[in-house]
Design a protein around this ligand. Sequence first.
Ligand SMILES: *[C@@H]1O[C@H](CO)[C@@H](O)[C@H](O)[C@H]1NC(C)=O
Ligand SMILES: *[C@@H]1O[C@H](CO)[C@@H](O)[C@H](O)[C@H]1NC(C)=O
Ligand SMILES: *[C@@H]1O[C@H](CO)[C@@H](O)[C@H](O)[C@H]1NC(C)=O
Length: 305
Amino acid sequence: MKGGFRIAGFCVLCLVLFSLYLLEAHLQDICDQYGAGSYVINWLDRNGTAPSPHSEIIPGDKVIVMAKMEEEPTEWVEDELPDWQRAIYTVNPSPETRLNDSALMTPLNKGHESMAYFTYIIDNYDNLPSTVVFLHAHRAGFLMAWHVDAPLHDNVIAMRNLKLDFVQQNGYVNLRCNWNPGCKSAHRFNSHVTDEIWAEVFDGTSTPPLNISSPTDQEVPGQNYLRKPAEIGAACCAQFAVSRDQIRNRPLEDYVKFRQWVIDTELGDASSGRVMEFLWHIIFGMKGIYCPDEQVCYCQVYGQC
Ligand SMILES: *[C@@H]1O[C@H](CO)[C@@H](O)[C@H](O)[C@H]1NC(C)=O
Ligand SMILES: *[C@@H]1O[C@H](CO)[C@@H](O)[C@H](O)[C@H]1NC(C)=O
Ligand SMILES: *[C@@H]1O[C@H](CO)[C@@H](O)[C@H](O)[C@H]1NC(C)=O
């Protein structure tokens, strides 16, 4: 009988190993995307979050801008990052929230986080702190916050480690260094940003659009055009830091125009948000491909050298 169990156990093991073998490529991709190896190491090495520095901390010259659903808890920002100013927009306000004079809301729940990001810039253009960080509302978690590229996928750790000097120096900083997804060569042929969408988004801004094939003789000297790049790539997920100067390299009207595109487009919430996800780095002055070497990125952005 015992032998029978052993054989059965052995067969199950073989089956599992065989399935794993088949799944290997897929798993590797997932592990890579989710940073699974370092997640486990950091989790084993965790000491509980460091005691939050509290009491009478005055927020510094830096702000966290966030879009949240009514039901999403965001107290962690105030509790764990009291040295940051906060601009947390509820995109689907309840009747109570609508009556709350101090609650921030977006004009519409569309374009995912982009509506809140643009609304913050538009409403605060003349009063921006030096560093503006655009973050998602969920703090951490292996699956839920897999796109947070910091130890334990934790945005608190990311914010405490963020090198503000580098944000000032570089102008725009993607908070994700991991190339997967968004930066791998297979991800750079972007189907979300078509010629038509490129033209719509940049039309009427300080950088009018040209598509890949537009002849150069169309260009009026002295005017900055944005020609659609052949490839667009940036590490995914729309969490980034921008300096005030970089934001102000565009006039306020540009941001009004971009937000209006999100409001007007026939694309739905997810698709319009996705388009913006691939355009932030370009809006903030980077080339079509913004994919710094991962190790250099961790070092410059988080001081993990
Ligand atoms: C945990 O504490 C040890 C010793 O104080 C330190 O070396 C290590 O970096 C800490 N780990 C984390 C994730 O903070
Ligand atoms: C109103 O909104 C502010 C800012 O989000 C919040 O701190 C406060 O608790 C809200 N007040 C009520 C009565 O919900
Ligand atoms: C690209 O630009 C040229 C010149 O402006 C225009 O004729 C053409 O229709 C554009 N193509 C697309 C797909 O928008």
